[in-house]
Design a protein around this ligand. Structure first.
Ligand code: TMP
Ligand code: ASP
Length: 242
């Protein structure tokens, strides 16, 4: 396959081929969407910030024996990744009640959960990414039982590592979404990105429910200062790195 061919364009990233069929180049866009792309905008500098934050996090996870698709960053908004087959499952881990968990239950935003909650959504725009039960996921053959068990274990381990990282940056990891892929040997590999687009992050120095938001909820809820918040997350992570 020839290189530099666009093979996929998502809401926030574009994937290109490279001269190695096993490697893809991801370009992180400044485009932002919410509510299944009903709301659209641009967060200036987001591509570079999210690519840099994601690569930092992937490196940290690799150092903790978690396989990720990350290879390197040839530019601040470009990441070379291992080519994987993405499972159509959004894996969500929650530590504190927010977002759809509050809308779908009587839990109040900010309630500390008794244990980290691992949830699965069907990655399907036309169905608006509905919540899945484990049995529905298995029935639809989105993953095998063994893969599902492995995903749950990995998701909880990733949560521990990320909570610790953000806590050192005086940021509370409320919840996050991750995606997995399979390599040629059917190994589970963490893919996609981990950034303020895919996490809820609250500034521990702020108590006001709007002021503390450092993630895409600023864009979703029109809270303003979106770029500043993303930049702050990056700066704190880099400062923590020392
Ligand atoms: P939710 O509370 O809206 O279900 O979101 C849970 C987490 O998943 C939150 O950190 C934001 C993230 N997320 C995505 O990354 N992509 C999405 O499409 C949605 C709906 C949420
Ligand atoms: N990423 C999703 C979308 O645009 C939703 C979200 O992050 O809120 O549509």
């Amino acid at each position: 396959m020839s290189s530099n061919q666009k093979i996929y364009e998502g809401k926030a990233k574009i994937l290109y081929t490279t001269d190695n069929p096993e490697i893809l180049l991801t370009y992180f866009k400044d485009d932002a969407t919410a509510f299944n792309a009903q709301k659209k905008g641009i967060i200036t500098g987001k591509g570079k910030i999210n690519c840099t934050i994601s690569s930092h996090i992937f490196k940290l996870l690799e150092a903790n024996d978690i396989s990720t698709h990350f290879i390197d960053c040839p530019a601040s908004d470009k990441m070379r990744v291992r080519r994987v087959k993405i499972l159509p499952i959004e894996v969500i881990v929650r530590n504190i009640a927010a977002g759809s968990l509050c809308r779908q239950t009587l839990l109040k935003e900010g309630t500390i959960l008794k244990f980290p909650l691992v949830e699965y959504c069907y990655k399907n725009d036309s169905l608006q990414d509905p919540l899945l039960t484990s049995d529905r996921l298995l029935l639809l053959e989105l993953a095998t039982r063994e893969q599902l068990e492995q995903i749950q274990t990995l998701a909880l381990k990733i949560n521990d590592i990320l909570r610790n990282l953000f806590n050192q940056c005086q940021i509370t990891l409320v919840d996050f979404k991750i995606e997995f892929g399979l390599d040629n040997h059917e190994n589970l590999i963490l893919a996609d990105e981990i950034s303020p687009d895919s996490c809820r992050l609250w500034d521990q120095s702020q108590t006001d429910p709007n002021q503390r938001v450092m993630d895409k909820d600023r864009f979703r809820k029109d809270l303003g200062k979106v770029e500043t918040a993303y930049q702050q997350v990056l700066e704190r992570i880099l400062a923590d790195q020392g």
